[in-house]
Design a protein around this ligand. Structure first.
Ligand code: NAD
Length: 364
């Protein structure tokens, strides 16, 4: 007899296969033909992305870009078989133009550096997979889109949830009418940042937690609804007066209204503990994902017209990064547009700017 856990694993595997089929790649690409990424930044997220590439059947790490080549060059070069000639610094970055092993870059730098390195990569003729938030202003997003279009290279923003089977399942249930007509959403991403982190430095981060954490509920709710917000309210506040929040607010709450009339109620913070989640409420039921923006442990629950839902996701870190790296590899090979192109990142930056404006804390 199959158990609920084994059924979940099977459904999850089927959804992963469907996600891969959408990339129009063969089940496995021979190692020589896999899309070669240069990881740029070599901090925490690059480390995870490279682990994802190592598990991928379509992508590989072929270049490294770091400010610490003596320390990180041998470490990651050894792990991923990247020769010394393919290790670059920020000063020598533009020379990736002459390296045919590097077809794409993965940008895992502080937010304010995304625009510069996207434009430079495009000018070097390389495709760009850029971390979220896409940039620190909508003007920068437009510059990045234009640069990639002009250079005829693909641009994708690394929104993991768009490639995750749990969210594919949630979106399909909502679209099937399983919770009736959608009325409202809520989502939160509380977190904690220590003094000295670049995330608390406005020049590097662009603003507060809304950029790094709040972008998840914004983007996820837009993804689940297939609509973009038309009106916003917002409030920001700081209770920790230790100096940690000298350059930005500690917490933000905001609401969004969508063209259909659906309302969303969200929050993010760099000084709160608690679970991150997203919930969609219909007039006949609801669905929610807890640990929604975590790397693993996502859990879909809810009440639908077909009965209760209780589906813990079996995927383990770095499975979302494998799916993401593979999707973009497919776009590079097939000259197709990613499911999360630069225009997706731009929409979220417009939302972030609108929320800060509504909160009376405009960015510029
Ligand atoms: P990190 O601090 O771990 O890494 C940043 C890297 O950039 C470091 O290796 C650092 O040496 C390098 N760097 C180069 N110039 C720098 C400068 N002037 N100041 C500071 N660092 C500099 O950060 P991270 O957590 O890897 O985040 C990097 C990007 O990835 C951010 O845009 C972040 O929002 C995004 N991110 C995405 C996810 C996701 O799940 N998709 C998760 C975490 C972070």
């Amino acid at each position: 007899m199959p158990t609920p856990a084994s059924l979940n694993r099977r459904r999850f595997a089927q959804l992963s296969v469907l996600a891969m089929a959408a990339t129009r790649l063969p089940a496995q690409t021979p190692p020589m033909k896999r899309v070669g990424y240069a990881a740029v930044g070599l901090g925490r997220i690059c480390d995870i992305f490279m682990r994802g590439c190592a598990q991928s059947e379509h992508a590989k790490v072929t270049g490294l870009v770091t400010g610490h080549p003596a320390e990180k060059g041998p470490k990651y070069g050894g792990l991923y078989n990247v020769p010394e000639k393919s290790i670059y610094t920020y000063q020598t970055f533009d020379r990736i133009r002459d390296n045919s092993e590097i077809e794409a870059v993965y940008i895992g730098l502080p937010n304010s550096m995304h625009c510069e390195y996207t434009v430079r990569a495009a000018e070097a003729g390389k495709h760009v997979l850029c971390e979220k938030p896409m940039a620190i202003s909508s003007a920068e997003c437009r510059r990045m889109i234009d640069a990639c279009r002009h250079a005829n290279v693909r641009l994708m923003i690394a929104y993991r949830i768009h490639y995750d089977p749990t969210f594919a399942r949630m979106a399909a249930l909502i679209r099937s009418g399983a919770i009736g007509q959608v009325q409202a959403c809520d989502g939160a991403f509380p977190g904690y940042e220590r003094k000295g982190e670049w995330r608390l430095d406005r020049k590097l981060a662009g603003g507060g937690s809304l950029f790094d954490l709040g972008v998840y509920p914004i983007n996820t709710i837009r993804f689940l609804l297939g609509e973009d917000p038309i009106a916003y309210t917002g409030m920001v506040a700081t209770r920790d007066m230790s100096g940690r929040f000298a350059e930005m607010e500690q917490s933000v709450v905001w609401t969004m209204k969508f063209p259909s009339g659906i309302l969303a109620d969200c929050s993010s913070s760099y000084g709160q503990s608690g679970e991150n989640f997203v919930r969609v409420r219909g007039d006949k039921g609801f669905l929610q994902v807890t640990a929604a923006y975590s790397y693993e442990g996502l859990h879909l629950t809810g009440k639908t017209l077909q009965g209760d839902i209780d589906e813990p996701a079996p995927g383990k870190l770095p499975f979302q990064f494998v799916l993401e790296a593979d999707h973009f590899a497919g776009c590079v090979r097939n000259h197709s547009t990613p499911r999360t192109p630069g225009e997706e990142g731009l929409k979220d930056l417009i939302a972030i700017e609108s929320i800060y404006k509504a909160a009376g804390a405009p960015l510029a």
